[in-house]
Design a protein around this ligand. Sequence first.
Ligand code: T1G
Length: 689
Amino acid sequence: MTVKTEHLGTALLVTMAAPPVNAIGHATREGLSQALAQAAATPGLTRVILTGAGRAFAAGADAREFDAAPVAPHLNEICAGIATSPVPWIAAINGVALGGGCELALACRYRIAVPAARIGLPEVTLGVVPGAGGTQRLPRLIGLAPALDLISTGKPVTAARAEALGLIDGQVDDPLAVALALDIGTLSLATQTDDLPNPAADPEAVEAARQTALRKMPGQIAPLRAIALVAASADTSLAEALAAERATFLELRAGDQARALRHVFFAERAAKAPSTLTAAPAPLDRIAVAGGGTMGAGIAWAALDAGVSVCLLETDAEGVARARANIDKLAAAAAQARGLTDASGIAARLGRLVVDHDPAAAADATLAIEAAFESLEVKRQVFAMLESHLQPEAVLATNTSYLDIDEIARGLADPSRLLGLHFFAPAHIMKLLEIVRAGATSDRALATGYALAARLNKVPVVARICDGFIGNRILARYREAADTLMMDGSNPWEIDEAMVGFGMAMGPYEAQDLSGLDIAFANRRRQDATRDPARRYIPISDRMVNEGRLGRKVGVGWYRYPGGGGKVIDPLVEDLAREEAWFAGVTRRRIDEAEIVERLVLAMVNEAAAILSEGIAARASDIDLVTVLGYGFPRWRGGLMHHADSLGAKAIVARLSEWAQEDPLAWTPAPALLDAAECSSRHMDSPVS
Ligand code: T1G
């Protein structure tokens, strides 16, 4: 039974019990429908109290049902039944009340929540709009402008904020007890949401919400449709507006963007240690981070934020001072940006930190993460130091982005304790964690990587060893394809604009200006000895570095940054490209936006398919997580491989094969793509969702 009912005096208690978070699936809807009938058939009831079992009130509609046709009873009908019930319903919100869970509460006559509850309508993050009354009942309850903000951004609010908005009537430690004891007078004074008047129109707020959605959620349909529905609450009858809401929900639910966003949602939740990994992880109460630079300090802060004690090691007193300064910057930013205004919050984190240059200070660490300079020699020295000072059972990890971890492991007495933990800058914010399993990595070390990801609330993706693992290998191919387009006739700003239009958070050239052109330059030099001499090599990026154009950090890269401000197109870059093309005997041509996007996306898809074929990534959905969470690929396209599925392997192979005629080394389709095309399956492996 996913809905339990119990008579308590003149109250009927209705409890949603669908662990772990009371997602509202068909069984729950049936149970709620029966509870409505039971309440109507029970004489003398003064109230119905709706609550959730466990840690959630209700996490919203069960998104796993969205790939199938809707099955009655529908949640909007249940909410309408609650809203028109002669016996008042009280929402005793015991935990998260999201999406349909919030809509059930909105349909109730009265709402009380525990202080820890988070309440909201995150439907747009799944590519849909609230479909059970939220776009109409919320603005009636709290006003149009605040409702626009909650619904168009999908961000939940705390119980305190919900109370301030008028979304709930109060915060109480024991909502059930208060609901039972609520005097009938108070209850009868509460206005049924559906009886509230239309909210006042607010065209300025509507336009502001639209502009924000266009800026912050470009390309996404649901936010704009949600805004239109909320705007209509001001001048449309409830019945008409609810019908329009339902129709919009059903339309978007079946659309590509909702399918893509659901795919990422479930892929994120599937990214956890496989049940076959039975080894116990190392305890994670006290870890060491070797290297207090930007990455090391970010990793340390992520651990401190998660309640872990950290020994941040540097090489000398100066290094300690630099590391401490980096930590202080992160602490100040956290205090400001993330509401950690209470000094105790910061002090508690810093109280768990030791910064030292004496390795003995890390002797009791059970995991050490090396975040030193990207040099094999330096890393080997760091691990020799760690190995000699930490307990033999301590797990060792390197944050290297590119180096061969097997090579690093060869310097260890016990290579089984080493794995890669590739964080993404800024390490305390980016959710992606590439866990790199080297040849000798033990199950215990791997399990420790997963445990750290869970503790730091990161999304783990396991990669095997190759140059760049999953993300940076795809990035290198993406950039090579972009440079090739530049050589053949395009320029950085056309390419960036095309890819932002596709949905990338930032174009490849602006992104490289941010990270610094010298990083990719160093990687190309490292690959010089092994690069296939027959492969077309584009020298423009090297030319830029050799001319000191390293990116934003020096004020000039692919763009200029006058006064350290925003990017400005620099025609000199196009001149450099023309000159290099002339040296190479390339006849440049006009390349339109569509070809830019197609070539860059398919270059990434083909590289990703090779990564799958080689077993570097275990499944396509992992590559989706890497591209969305680490490289700005549009989440509403579901990630690189989900997007590739939407294009179809046959079409991709046909296009790649056409280009391979001009340049086989760059464009020959990977085996996984050929296999998918041959069996005309759309998926390069079984999708997660
Ligand atoms: N549907 C199906 N499964 C869900 C789910 C949902 N809405 N929410 C969570 N799960 C599963 C999740 O996949 C995982 O499964 C387990 O529950 C624990 O989740 C009509 C149309 C509630 C804040 O967008 O934000 O209502 O991996 O690991 O970190 O207008 O889950 O254990 O097999 O995330 O404690 C709107 C989505 C739906 C909320 C809990 N609701 N969920 O976080 O646990 S659309 C949402 C969350 C809707 C109506 C519309 C979070 C959480 P497994 P978890 P958590």
